[in-house]
Design a protein around this ligand. Structure first.
Ligand code: NAD
Length: 295
């Protein structure tokens, strides 16, 4: 029989991930601040848990998919948090884009309870969550990763479920992926704006970049979806992108890398957030440049 999965955080990502777990036959116990976000899952047989403690107590593995480290801390350590419900030896997997501090503190304070803790953040956007094709970057012990593989496979692309190292490595890999992706976005939008202002036709410029050694996945695919379809990916809020940039820069500085480029990218993201609002999509910084060239 399949293990019961507790899942906390049924937002843009968690809603799709839980639907895929349910489709794969995992019994589910779910919790969110907004009960209505569980309506469809409950109609499909999931149990509602009134608190994270209850979700942890009633499941074999409890997963969190929450916005920021602060939310993860509250859900784990709060008065009705995971630690108040999870059995000794139980498993907690944090799939949020976050940092190791919360888990490290739990290991230090509750080492004797034998909890199994993994970080397994994801890429692939809300579309990937909905269609079960996420990329998953797992930090933790090999035996735990192997045991949890069927759970991950219900949500992700089996070929892109990567065990990237010990505890915390998944968080670090995920932050670096986003840092590079956001940097690509800003760099690409900037050169397109300059080229167009210099008189080159946008389509010609884009095709030239694609034909050149400066081509990238971003130039070839993502820019097209933004410029042709105005798709700024509202399934990922720019406020969360700014959170990720802040976490990467903190990480960089904590290991003695100055992260100068990252700091500029962060500044541009914060400007777009101020201009278009917290809930604008993660690709909205491109709009700053579109506004410049009057598109
Ligand atoms: P979201 O804001 O859409 O969803 C978060 C959910 O957590 C909400 O439903 C909220 O009600 C719930 N929540 C917050 N605090 C809670 C608490 N104390 N108890 C119970 N539930 C609580 O965010 P999202 O876009 O689903 O992102 C979740 C995580 O995944 C973030 O760390 C994000 O950076 C990361 N991520 C997002 C994407 C994306 O495309 N959206 C892609 C990869 C990774």
């Amino acid at each position: 029989v399949l293990p019961t999965v507790g899942f906390i955080g049924l937002g843009n990502m968690g809603s799709g991930m839980t639907r895929n777990l349910q489709r794969a036959g995992f019994p589910l116990v779910v919790n969110d601040l907004r009960r209505e976000s569980a309506a469809e899952l409950v109609a499909g047989g999931a149990r509602w848990a009134a608190t994270p403690a209850e979700a942890a107590a009633e499941s074999d593995v409890v997963i969190t998919m929450l916005p920021t480290p602060r939310h993860v801390d509250a859900v784990v350590n709060g008065p009705e948090g995971i630690l108040a419900g999870i059995a000794d030896g139980g498993t907690w997997v944090d799939m949020s884009t976050s940092v190791p501090e919360v888990a490290d503190a739990v290991r230090r304070a509750h080492g004797a309870r034998g909890l199994r803790i993994l970080d397994a953040p994801v890429s692939g956007m809300s579309v990937g969550a909905a269609n079960g094709m996420l990329q998953i970057f797992v930090g933790g012990e090999a035996e735990d990763v192997a045991r949890l593989r069927p759970v991950f496979e219900a949500m992700g692309d089996p070929d892109r479920i990567l065990h990237v190292g010990g505890a915390g490595a998944g968080y670090a890999v995920k932050l670096m992926i986003n840092q590079l992706w956001f940097s690509h976005l800003v760099a690409t939008a900037e050169v397109l704006a300059i080229g167009v202002k210099a008189g080159v036709d946008l389509d010609v410029l884009r095709d030239s970049l694609i034909a050149s050694p400066a081509n990238s996945n971003f130039v070839e695919h993502d820019v097209l979806s933004i410029l042709d379809r105005g798709d700024y990916d509202e399934g990922f809020a720019i406020s969360l992108a700014c959170k990720d940039l802040g976490l990467s820069i903190d990480l960089a500085r904590s290991v003695g890398v100055p992260a100068e480029l990252s700091a500029v990218v962060e500044q541009i993201y914060r400007r777009a957030k101020a201009q278009y609002g917290d809930l604008a999509g993660e690709m909205t910084p491109v709009q700053l440049y579109e506004d410049l060239i009057g598109r």
